[in-house]
Design a protein around this ligand. Structure first.
Ligand code: ADP
Ligand code: MG
Length: 684
């Protein structure tokens, strides 16, 4: 089977219940194929023993050894923390393991027993200590008999997580998915596989997740990257511009648009006007539009999308607007309902959760052409969704939106125009290498009257002043967000968690204000009602886990507090910051960090204090990002290549492009035996 044919739902895998399934949904993972296609963002090499005191931070290695525990004690306020003293069975070195907020350790770890320890142990004072660690019980006998063999867990994948998913769960589920997958067939003509010595795809998928050696990992990545860019370019080039018959645009269209724009409570910025002209020109041109709209958060991209949607609708088109998450889609739908209420545009929201009759009713309306603008997530392009006349597709911040989905979407329409919106600037040359034909529009200026957001870096000594400052803002009737990184349930985390912090804020710091806690484990309806309350000004502050949940437009919000900000990428922080400063009010962003921050980490944060310009930030991100960290470009969904590296794999992309050109020029219909496989893959 081709990997794209593995369409079985992941809920069929044992251990994946409803909650876990939802968490995966947030990562855009629904099928066995999606799960197998997830790329690890890094690896942990646990194949060698590294004794306590021998950890090498330059190499990024962690301690990986056997220990005997000497004592396990609770300490600290409320006795919520656990201190475990361990000794290495090899060199007898002592280390202190500090489990903050991990009382459960006191119930599961016993003094005088043996454990496999995987930890980030660093000098502290005169001793060695770790707050990030994993302990797994082992029998003393086993250490004696099989020793280091027992330690060897090989090279383990590390995935990008969402909500309560843990590395452990992901590893388990990917393993299970690979097991049920059977044999994964190659997708590239054998002659090309031979020519470039590409690893068979079946092996490559297995090695990319659970590498048996560094070399195999490298080869697996190469094979997957080649396949990725090969199909990307093939699809870009196989879709030759098609002559379209255009509906004549009469004066009525312009009248409707003008009225709409006049009805807005503000004037369009010069850049918005310019971009709208570019889009209108594309739309009336002989070829379908393929345009990337980039502009900083809050620069007014979405508004441009609405006006251009109206333009298309006035010419008789149906429009689909895709958002990356349910919540955002819902918010967009509300905004659109409101904006278009006097314009006669029929707006609908398609939710993956809606089944049965209501769904069928909506789909019937869509098919009959009684819906002009459909807003939703990937659900917009599910198999059963049929449009009458889909001619314009808008994709908002398409994080985690792959090439395959893009294709599915295009096939729903009649040579639809496509507008991709991103807040992450992408160099034009790069976009062209990857997608062939693509135009770029840029919004550089912010709407009038916006004050630059003031950003403060906050260490422990300033934390109280930060809380006070936010309190003053809330007193003035403005709103605040508090964001904490996701909780790593694996147990090697001493990060502040949302629950504890919410308790702390609501009882100790801000008892007089109304706050709410929002995270991915809440039922959908609760999230919606909280976000609605927040938008309506009924809440003074939100405590939240991730970007998505605050991907909301509340002009009255003026404070963004991000804790453990050193753990976020610059672009992600910039996105979070963009949730405030959305009106003429002065806004603040507080980036709180821990004392464990590195010099480089401080430098990175300083970039955000210095500038509010997303373009500059993306560039800095590229320049100073640490090893293994994703660059802003790669994070952007639009150029989201799963395997190929936009910087390092340029020669490979060129090779793939040459092969694609050669194939398409000698066999445009892909009819030869050699190319049959391509035809089959495209048909999946
Ligand atoms: P983006 O999608 O680029 O993040 P939005 O289109 O969501 O930005 O706009 C952010 C906020 O600014 C919204 O509340 C929107 O209504 C408002 N806005 C958009 N264009 C303008 C403008 N020209 N003048 C003032 N406010 C604007
Ligand atoms: Mg937006």
């Amino acid at each position: 089977m081709f990997v794209g044919e593995l369409k079985g739902d992941i809920k069929g895998l044992s251990g994946i219940g409803k909650k876990t399934r939802e968490e995966y949904e947030n990562l855009g993972v629904r099928t066995i194929c999606d799960l197998i296609s997830m790329t690890p963002r890094g690896y942990e090499d646990r194949s060698h023993r590294i004794c306590i005191g021998h950890q090498n931070d330059d190499e990024g290695t962690w301690t990986n050894t056997f220990v005997r525990t000497e004592s396990v004690n609770l300490f600290g306020a409320g006795r919520k923390n656990v201190k475990i003293i361990v000794r290495d069975t090899e060199n007898n070195q002592k280390a202190f393991l500090m489990g903050f907020n991990r009382t459960f350790l006191a119930k599961t770890v016993f003094p005088g027993c043996y454990y496999h320890l995987y930890a980030n142990i660093t000098p502290y004072g005169t001793g060695l200590t770790a707050s990030q660690f994993e302990l797994k019980p082992v029998r003393e006998d086993d250490i004696m008999v099989v020793g280091d063999m027992l330690l060897d867990q090989g090279i383990l994948p590390v995935y990008g997580l969402s909500g309560t998913l843990t590395q452990k769960t992901l590893r388990r589920d990917v393993k299970a998915a690979l097991a049920v997958a059977g044999h994964i067939d190659d997708e590239i003509p054998q002659t090309i596989i031979d020519k470039y010595h590409l690893m068979p795809l079946d092996k490559a998928f297995r090695e990319i997740h659970f590498p048996t050696s560094e070399r195999n990992l490298r080869d697996a990545r190469r094979a997957l990257a080649f396949r990725e860019v090969f199909y990307l370019q093939l699809q870009a080039k196989r879709r030759p511009p098609v002559e379209r018959r255009r509906q004549a645009i009469d004066s009525k269209v312009y009248a409707a648009e003008t009225a709409f724009i006049k009805g807005l409570p503000f004037e369009l910025t010069a850049d918005q006007v310019k971009v709208l002209d570019e889009i209108r020109k594309d739309m009336s041109g002989p070829e379908s539009m393929n345009r990337l709209l980039q502009g900083d958060v809050g620069s007014g991209k979405t508004l441009v999308a609405w006006v251009s949607a109206l333009h298309a609708i006035c010419t008789g088109a149906q429009v689909a607007f895709m958002a990356p998450t349910e919540l955002l889609a819902r918010q967009h739908a509300q905004v659109a309902d409101n904006l278009f209420k006097d314009s006669g545009v029929r707006v609908a929201f398609l939710n993956g959760e809606v089944h049965g009759k209501p769904r069928q009713a909506l789909l019937d309306q869509l098919k009959a052409g009684n819906i002009d603008l459909l807003i939703g997530t990937h659900a917009l392009f599910s198999k059963d969704v049929e449009y009458r006349n889909l001619r314009y597709v808008i994709i908002d911040e398409q994080h985690r939106f792959g090439v395959e989905q893009r294709q599915a979407l295009l096939e729903k329409g009649v040579e639809p125009d496509v507008l991709l919106m991103t807040a992450t600037p992408i160099p034009r040359t790069l976009a062209l290498t990857v997608f062939g034909n693509l135009n770029v529009s840029t919004i550089r200026t912010m709407p009038k009257g916006r004050l630059p957001i003031i950003t403060h870096l906050v260490d422990d000594s300033k934390r109280d002043r930060m809380y006070d400052a936010v309190g003053v803002e809330m007193q003035r009737g403005h709103q605040a967000y508090f964001v904490y990184p996701r909780i790593d349930d694996e147990g090697n985390s001493d990060l502040r968690d949302v629950q504890t912090m919410y308790e702390f804020l609501s009882t100790r710091k801000y008892p007089q204000f109304h706050g709410a806690l929002i995270h991915s484990r809440l039922p959908e309806e609760d999230k919606i009602s909280i976000l609605n309350d927040s938008a309506a000004g009924k809440l003074d502050y939100l405590v939240s886990t991730s970007v998505v949940e605050v991907g909301i437009d509340v002009p009255n919000a003026t404070c963004m507090v991000v804790e453990h900000s050193e753990n976020f990428g610059l672009s992600a922080l910039h996105q979070l910051r963009g949730r405030v400063g959305r009106s003429s009010l002065q806004s603040w962003c507080f980036l709180a960090y821990e004392k464990t921050i590195t010099e480089d980490g401080k430098k990175r944060l300083a970039v955000l204090r210095r500038t509010n310009d997303g373009f500059e930030i993306a560039e800095e991100d590229l320049k100073i990002r640490g090893p293994g960290e994703l660059s802003g470009i790669r994070q952007s969904g639009f150029l989201h290549l799963k395997f190929a590296d936009l910087e390092k794999d340029v020669p490979m992309m060129a090779a793939a492009r040459d092969e694609v050109d050669a194939i398409l020029s000698s066999d445009p219909g892909l009819l030869s035996m050699d190319n049959a496989v391509i035809r089959q893959v495209l048909a999946v």
